[in-house]
Every structure is written in structure tokens, then in C-alpha cells.
Design a protein around this ligand. Sequence first.
Ligand SMILES: [Zn+2]
Length: 328
Amino acid sequence: MKPAVLYRNKKILLLIIVLLCIISHQAAPLYKVLIPAVLKQGSAYFIECAGFPSGCSLQFEFSDKTKSPKFPLVRFYSWKDRYYGKQQRNTIAAFVCGIHPLAALGTAKITIFDKENTVIYTQPVTITAENWQKEDVYLNSTLTELVTKPDPEKEAQAKRYQEILATINPFGIWLTKPLEFPVSKPRITSQFGIQRRYLYANGSKSITFHAGIDFGKEKDTTIYASGSGRVVLAEKRIVTGNTVIIEHLPGVYSIYMHMDSLAVAPHGTVRAGMPIGIMGSTGLATGTHLHWEVRICTVPVNPLSLMHIDFFSKLHTIVETQEGGDFD
Ligand SMILES: [Zn+2]
């Protein structure tokens, strides 16, 4: 081969190698997802990740082929002092998601979609069981009627309630630390996830599960916001009595039911530990208690799983600056 031809072939070869490098680099973006390999029924998870564009969402497909809602990617911003007072913007991106207490056990698949709904990442995980307790709840004729009698107002309230819990407000980033108990010196009378059999006065029954935690205490007990947020509902409802719903993160809500009176109004913001009402027995309640519930994109999760200190520890440092600005 002539030296000139050899030289030209080498150049072409080099060009091909460079092109292949570019293509392979583009074909495999670097995604990082920090997720436990084993997830528990009824628990909430904060899945930190990197490399995903805005507008992504995460969905679980369980072993029985049922799918979870799509949990949005939340970006937490902060301004961090750099040199001589110069500020640098930092972000943490995470999917805040929950596993339904009755989710099918075994191998599940995580799928992450981009904003055009194209699959960009998948990973297998394992769902493990919680041993939910069982209990019977007897309802007298008044409470039976409250539950079983068809009522257009009750249905309209239920529809609106579901719409609120399904709302994902991308700007609703309020939480800076783990959730706290909504009462001081809490006495839990009914745990999350208990499989409940309602025994009605008319002899019929229905089976459901307890989507929150009940606290029993004396009347006049103050109820506190379990985390900072925005009040999205504060009103008297037929089934749940005087009720408050607080938005903490996009799609993440805490709910407080059966209160005697309310101390907050819709659209107001609250800090963790601020009084929101007084414990009572309004609505479907067999005695004075607080029913406290947390929903993530409508999925009920054990509120205790959002109370572990290291759950939001990184987030706590990162978003503190931003939140201060919102409240001042
Ligand atoms: Zn309850």
C-alpha cells in the first residue's frame, strides 16, 4: 500500500473511532438512583437520584402486574455561600414515593419515564410484607347510616377529596425535616395498616384497612401540624368530620380528621408544630380521637416511615435557606 493511501485510511479509522465514542456517549447517559433493594409494604421512600431531566416520573409495577401512580421527580434548590459571600445554587433531585400497604409481594419493577412518557430507566426491586393486625369495629345504627346511606353531598365531598390528594403541585416544596407527631405525648390507639372489619348495625359487614394512625386522648387536646406546608382543605365533612389537609411536597399530604374545631383556614401556610385544631369525635368516630394519615400521590403510607431522622437529613440542610424566604 502506498504511504498516502495508508495515511488516508488511518485518518478515516480515527474519524470512525471518534464518531463511535460520541454515539456511545450519547446512547448511555449516566443515571444514578439510590434505592434500597428491598422495600416494605406501607412505607414511604425518598429516592435520591442524579442525571435525570426535569419532568421525570417513577412508577412501580408489582408482581401481580398492578401499577402504582407515577411519582414526580422533585428538585430541591438551595443557595450555598461560596467564597467571600458569593452564592452557589445546589440541587438535590429525588422521587418521594410510597408502597401501598396491600401491594403484591415479590419482585417488582421500577420504571422511570421522561416528560414525554418514554422509558429511560428500569430496575428490579423486592417488596416485602408487613404483618398487618386485624380488628373488628362495631358501628351503631347512626354510624351505619352515615357509612351506608347514599348521599349526593357525601359523594361530592369524596370526589373533591380524591381530586385534592391526586393534585401534584410542582411548587409545593415545604418540608425541611421529618414529620412530627401531631399531638404531644402521643397514645396510639389504632396502628396504620390494620385490616378492619366493619360490623354494621343492620348485620352486614365490609372489610377495609386502616389508612392512618389513631391517637386517643382527652377532649381539648391540641392538634399540631406534623410538618411545614400549605393548608389545602380545612372544613367540616360528613364522614371525616372537621378535617385539615396539608400539602408538604408535590403530591405529599398529611390529613387530620374528626377534630372538634379548626384553627386554620384554606390557603394558609403552617410551620411544623403549629396548632391546627382541637381533638374531637366529629364524623364517623366511635369516640374522641385523631385520625392522622399521610398520602403520597394518593398512596396511603405509614406516617411513622416519614418520621425517621435520616430520611430527610440531606434535604434538611439543603432546603432550609429556601423555606426561610417563603415564610418571612
Ligand atoms: Zn383512624
